[in-house]
Design a protein around this ligand. Structure first.
Ligand code: M6R
Length: 365
């Protein structure tokens, strides 16, 4: 049931404040203002020297955001890999390590094979899945469910932000257990997470602006997405969403990589979507935007009010998000990039919920 939406994807984008709220309720103790995980975890955060994360597609990109969080908030190094690469590389793993599989469907063949490899190598396997009765869930030692509800659109939207929600809670719990975060630090970060549903609802208000913008984007043969820090995986996710449903060729890059090749692509016809909340590395991204502007690139800047003011560059369009702590920006900034892909695809007249050549769950290798 699409409710009063034209596509499942639109419905699922709009459900995010609610389902992220449900997911938070499962992993946060709002009265104690702490994260809450099951007490009988089959691993001990304090004994880990690193974590392996495997997944495919959008789930992989959620894992890439989580790498920044685990390393920053828990000082826990993360090796993240695309499941289809990981499984054949036969990476040496020290016994007793933790491997986290991320999958909406819980049936992705390569992720399942990566899980089995990790088990064979004596890892404790945790999975972040949306379908609790799935194979990946059943074969894991511990399951951290996302509470996104069924996701029907082939393009993953609400599952992605619910994966991020669970992973953020895991990173904070790890940070607390490992003594990296003080109780006060944890409280501050939990508060920031608790605000996400409200921030998402505010973020959705840019939809009319994005819809108008999508009309122009729909005419572009290519698009480039740039970001730094946790906005880098989001740039990759923005490009993936656009390719997948609008069939426009798009690439995501770490903004700092621009001058190492992709800058050669920039001319007056190239839309460059820059994801840049006003954070510690904002100024670095501004320099990259100046490089783009100097070559006539058409900048679409997604930032907050402070960033919009501080960006000393002529953007063709600025999409302003509410201001928020840096930790939670990937959760909220996911929404404008989903909306941009969605409305572009609607203008192009593609089959948004069932894009060509794709399946919701990739159970073949
Ligand atoms: O069910 P999974 O999360 O394991 O699926 C992984 C990918 O196939 C999936 O995220 C895919 O990239 C999406 N269609 C992206 O929108």
């Amino acid at each position: 049931d699409k409710g009063n939406h034209r596509h499942f994807m639109a419905k699922e984008i709009h459900e995010q404040p609610e389902v992220v709220g449900h997911t938070l309720a499962r992993y946060i103790d709002f009265t104690g203002e702490t994260t809450k995980l099951p007490e009988d975890l089959p691993f001990d955060w304090t004994k880990l020297s690193r974590v392996v994360i495997c997944a495919c597609g959008t789930a992989y990109l959620a894992g890439l955001v989580a790498k920044y969080w685990f390393e920053r908030y828990a000082r826990l190094p993360v090796d993240i890999d695309i499941a289809s690469e990981f499984r054949y590389r036969e990476m040496p793993l020290d016994k007793g390590g933790l491997a986290i599989m991320i999958s909406q469907s819980g049936e992705t063949a390569d992720t399942l094979a990566a899980l089995r490899y990790c088990k064979g190598e004596g890892q404790t396997v945790a999975s972040v899945v949306n379908v609790p009765e799935s194979t990946i869930a059943r074969e894991s030692h511990v399951v951290f469910p996302t509470v996104a509800g069924p996701e029907i659109g082939v393009a993953s939207t609400k599952a992605f932000t619910c994966q991020l929600t669970v992973l953020a809670c895991l990173a904070l719990a790890a940070g607390r257990a490992r003594g990296v975060l003080s109780p006060d630090d944890e409280k501050t970060l939990v508060h920031a997470l608790a605000e996400v549903p409200r921030l998402m609802a505010a973020a959705l208000r840019v939809e009319p602006q994005i819809e108008a913008l999508a009309k122009t984007l729909a005419k572009a043969p290519d698009a480039l997405y740039l970001g730094r820090g946790t906005s880098y995986p989001l740039a990759l996710e923005g490009a993936l969403k656009l390719k997948e449903i609008s069939y426009i060729h798009a690439e995501g890059y770490a903004a700092g990589e621009l001058k190492h090749g992709p800058i050669a692509l920039i001319d007056e016809t190239m839309p460059v979507i820059v994801i840049a909340p006003h954070d510690q590395i904002f100024d670095k991204t501004v320099s990259n935007m100046q490089e783009v502007a100097a070559r006539g690139g058409r900048i679409i800047l997604i930032t907050d009010a402070k960033g919009a003011e501080a960006a000393t560059v002529d953007a063709a369009e600025t999409i302003v998000m509410p201001s928020m702590p840096a930790t939670v920006t990937p959760l909220v900034y996911a929404l404008p990039i989903q909306l941009l892909a969605y409305h572009t695809a609607v203008f192009m007249g593609t089959d948004v919920d069932q894009p060509r050549n794709l399946a919701k769950s990739v159970t073949v290798e």
